[in-house]
Design a binder for this molecule. Sequence first.
Ligand SMILES: [Zn+2]
Ligand SMILES: [Zn+2]
Length: 323
Amino acid sequence: MIVSFPSMFSDELFYSCCARYHNESGNAEVMQTLDDLFGMPHMVFDPSYPKNLDYLVAQLNNIIDVNQIIYEHTIFPLFVPFLNRGRVDHLYKMFRGEGKNYANHILGIKNNLRITSLKYCRMCLINDDEMFGTPYWHRSHHLPGVHMCLAHHVSLESKCPVCSAEFKPKKGNLTRLNRYCENGHDLTKVIPLNNFRDEHIELMIELAQDVSFVCHLDEHSFNWSEVYEVGLRELGYCGKNRRVNLTRLRNDMQKAFPESFLARFDCHFNDNGDWLTSIYLKKQTIFHPLQHLLLIRFLFGSISELVVRLKKNDPIGQNSNVA
Ligand SMILES: [Zn+2]
Ligand SMILES: [Zn+2]
């Protein structure tokens, strides 16, 4: 039984809370912490896809709700609207501890969605340190596609601006966010490296807003191929015979989203068979949530505008269990 587990802060990544637990537990080895929390001393703690959460909740005598961890402190909610019910259930059970952890297989997507570096916003760090006595890793800074802090509109940092010590989730380690880097530089005082104006700042902010919106959605079942067909028809990309003028669509999307911007999310149009050719078709194929969000932004303005339309019963298909 774990005697005390830190309360999770608002928007804290679950991994962050475990790293704080490790720090405060006095455990000399991370293995001991992983055994305390998950009963798995040798597990690799992937901040993107935690596992064995039911074990932790039982250790804590159910004082934490497993759904609160999954929905408020992991990147899980970003995938839910874009996967079919079976895959969502599989992923959910996997987080709780059933079945093997092969999230990438379930998601059908490569590593580009994983959390490979830990990022912070200097303003959030200062605020959290003042308000809570400790900074922490925010979930909103680790969602795929997010490179900016939405609260402060600044680029996120993944290394110390003075000594370039990188913040990464490492095997056999639980990396906590501290006010000081491992070489003692005060992160509240140093000027961030990414202080220059990002050339894609507006698009980055809009995409971060879309990602954040999805994570707080309560409606999850959309028939995307029907939704896209309506949008493509409205904008004149789809004729009566349901054929899509793909060349024009691709050209117009490239005008809306520069190639250099798309490449930052692995969403450019000219490799891997080009995602745009099939995302709107009625196929059980899995697409990167960011690809959906970019197409939605292009067709409907943004996911929030689309959801308003859907809630007004605008005649766009809504259907259970079809992704
Ligand atoms: Zn911030
Ligand atoms: Zn440093």
